[in-house]
Design a protein around this ligand. Structure first.
Ligand code: AHG
Ligand code: MN
Ligand code: MN
Length: 336
């Protein structure tokens, strides 16, 4: 049986689904960068890549060496190909301008270069999350600096999103807006091979993921819902629930795409000015696009995440995503 590599899948998409050739090229380049990141991640202490840089990113988080290495790999891989008008990353204060010596293209690439990096030193799965937008015409110009407002589009405008997970296997999960495909890196071949044809999130679940140590800071609807989950068979939901929290969004979302579940990082009272911990552009939007394309749902408790009009690049958001029934239940509690 011939194997379908990512390249072949993308070429077939170009033919059958009108996926533009430069979008295909963009995804290929991102996938190549992810292979390189996977290589660095897997070296660990042997490659001298563990530990911190001694610097902080714009959100005041300690940068790990691998956060910076991964960010640089993605920038270098994507800046020269002529398919992008600009890039934005969790690890950079401002949007990245395509250097003047390179041609510019019509797309914007947004990424979290290494998600879950606090786990890197303990050898737990981490990943790269990315999202692709079209650069609005009014911002397309060959000479001028790209205005950051070009990026501030709701998640519904994404033309592609995906993540690579660096776990026991390195996988690439991708949506072009017509379902979700999973590719596994074949290290001997050096290619991502299609292994998961049609990824679907089961509608119901008996598993949830939330950082319980923040319980005392949660808002009432989330407290109520988690109390009901914990009450199990004898509670109002009449079912026992199991809990998992990896603290790598890629790994938690990957589990949900594989066997269902509910993921929550709600807004809490620790930092009242911030509506959550996770970032809308780099984490919530791409993951919500993937989850919806797999038949799941994603809200901030009040509205669909993909409908939120971003106000700033590094905006935070409360996230509730996964199996539809459970997302709908906890979202309804917010509205009561
Ligand atoms: P990042 O490593 O990109 O900063 O993201 C970490 C995120 C996310 O991956 C995870 O779900 C969450 O932070 C875990 O947060 P807690 O440590 O508060 O549980
Ligand atoms: Mn992250
Ligand atoms: Mn990160």
């Amino acid at each position: 049986m011939s194997r379908v590599t990512l390249s072949r899948y993308l070429i077939e998409q170009t033919r059958s689904n009108n996926t533009p050739a430069d979008l295909r090229f963009l995804i290929e380049v991102v996938a190549r960068a992810c292979k390189e990141i996977s290589h660095h991640v897997s070296k660990g202490a042997l490659g001298g890549v563990l530990g911190s840089m001694g610097t902080e990113n714009v959100q005041g988080e300690v940068q790990k060496k691998l956060d910076v290495i991964s960010n640089d790999i993605l920038l270098e891989a994507n800046e020269w190909g002529g398919h992008l008008a600009g890039m934005a990353s969790e690890e950079m204060d401002n949007a990245y301008q395509i250097p003047g010596r390179y041609p510019k293209g019509a797309y914007l690439l947004v990424f979290d270069p290494l998600d879950g990096s606090s786990n890197i030193d303990v050898n737990v799965s981490v990943g790269t999350i990315f999202s692709v937008l079209r650069c609005p015409n009014e911002y397309l110009s060959q000479n001028e600096t790209l205005n950051e407002n070009a990026f501030l589009q709701p998640g519904t405008e994404q033309v592609a999103a995906g993540y690579a997970i660096y776990g026991p296997q390195t996988m690439l999960i991708l949506t072009l807006g017509n379902g979700v495909k999973g590719f596994t890196l074949d290290r001997e071949l050096g290619s991502f091979v299609l292994t998961h044809e049609n990824i679907c999130v089961p509608e119901t679940t008996a598993e949830f993921a939330i950082n319980m140590s923040n319980q005392r800071h949660w808002e009432a609807p989330v407290k109520r819902y988690v109390d009901e989950l914990l009450a199990g068979e004898t509670g109002p939901l009449q079912k026992n629930y199991n809990m998992r929290w990896i603290a790598s969004m890629v790994a938690d979302v990957h589990r949900i795409l594989t066997r269902g579940g509910l993921f929550m990082y709600p807004r809490d009272a620790r930092e009242p000015s911030k509506p959550g911990k996770l970032r809308l552009m780099y984490e919530a939007n791409p993951m919500s696009f993937i989850i919806e394309q797999a038949g799941g749902a994603s809200t901030n408790g009040y509205e669909r995440i993909l409908d939120i009009k971003p106000e700033s690049l590094h905006q935070r958001v409360s996230v509730i995503l996964g199996s539809k029934q459970e997302v709908e239940r906890v979202t309804a509690y917010h509205k009561e």
